[in-house]
Write a protein that binds this ligand. Structure first.
Ligand code: GLV
Ligand code: MG
Length: 335
């Protein structure tokens, strides 16, 4: 495959101020709403007070004959509400769909001043981001938008995973990336029928040991991809997210999956159902005891160097940096 990067220059000349200068936001949950459903649109103002990000979903789960209604519903709900500090995003349709171009042109044209981030599904390589980047630069110029719109990629094809590093560094507009486990499972031809989470058949047996009963330990299907995504994001100073968890009846499994991703470096996850919002809030906010211990490490080494013992555990420059991540996050959430 030839990557046409030489023909693209991310971010047009004269484009708005660099994105890195924008304030860092806490985005523990990206809450999905279907904008073609009037009943939900009517509740969006209240919902926005309970979540960090409201996302109008235009892509999968919206029937083909409701795509235009979802687009116009999103415009209506964006105009009707003040989202304050809550992020306002869309998930547009994939670039090879018949709806993608109008999603961007119509929504940026109508409410581009309110839109923070466009989530782009099924990103395969940097070229997909470059295309959207240039289109946004044109529309921002046309509509005189002072604030650049950011791009968030969904990592949900085998090719996207292969190219995750170039996607992460493809443009200064890159906000972050989310794992899309449902499409990724299909793209990889995994033998599952689920939206995220584990599988009872995927695990390891403990060693054979005479007549002793052998235990089976389920493994995390998504560990490899999350770790790969987190590295690509961290190396390029953008944010990694776990995506959707589709079994709304299993809140414990949702929490466990979100927590794995948090511990591995993700900053948030998608919430598709109101019951998942509290889970995301809890999981992606650092634990109180952990924050207390992290503060002790930071206080014990004011300049971040050297070595000290705390409760029998050695702390040094590296644990100071880990502690700083937790203390800074707790502070961001408290502010
Ligand atoms: C999300 O879009 C997924 O495919 O999991
Ligand atoms: Mg998907």
């Amino acid at each position: 495959m030839i990557v046409p990067s030489a023909f693209y220059r991310p971010l047009a000349l004269g484009a708005p101020a660099p994105l890195r200068e924008q304030p860092v936001k806490v985005e523990r949950m990206i809450h999905f709403v279907p904008p073609h459903v009037e009943k939900i649109r009517a509740r969006v103002g209240d919902l926005a007070k309970q979540v960090d990000v409201v996302l109008g979903n235009l892509e999968d789960a919206v029937p083909a004959d409701a795509k235009e209604a979802a687009r116009s519903g999103f415009i209506e709900m964006a105009k009707a509400n003040d989202f304050g500090q809550t992020g306002l995003w869309i998930r547009m349709n994939a670039l090879d769909s018949p709806w993608a171009l109008d999603d961007v042109i119509e929504i940026v044209g109508a409410v581009g001043d309110k839109l923070d981030v466009i989530m782009l599904p099924k990103v395969e390589g940097a070229w997909d981001i470059h295309y959207l980047d240039r289109l946004l630069a044109q529309l921002e110029a046309r509509h005189k938008l002072a604030r650049p719109i950011q791009i968030h990629a969904i990592l949900e094809t085998a090719q996207g995973v292969m190219n995750v590093e170039e996607i992460a560094r493809s443009s200064p507009r890159m906000h972050g990336m989310s794992l899309g486990p449902a499409d990724l499972a299909a793209s990889r031809r995994m033998k599952t029928t689920r939206v995220g989470g584990g599988h009872p058949g995927y695990g390891v047996l403990t060693d054979k040991d005479g007549d002793a009963a052998r235990a089976f330990y389920q493994q995390d299907l998504w560990h490899y991809t999350i770790a790969k995504m987190v590295d690509a994001c961290a190396a390029n100073d953008i944010k990694p997210f776990y995506g959707p968890f589709g079994d709304f009846s299993d809140l414990e499994a949702c929490e466990a999956q979100f927590r794995n991703s948090f511990l591995l470096g993700c900053v948030g996850a998608w919430t598709l159902h109101p019951t998942q919002v509290e889970i995301a809030k809890r999981v992606f906010s650092p634990d109180v005891e952990e924050v207390k211990f992290a503060k002790r490490i930071v206080d014990a080494m004011p300049d971040g160097t050297g070595a000290v013992m705390l409760d029998g555990k050695m702390q040094d420059d590296a644990t100071w940096k880990q502690a700083k991540v937790i203390v800074d996050l707790a502070k961001q959430i408290a502010d």
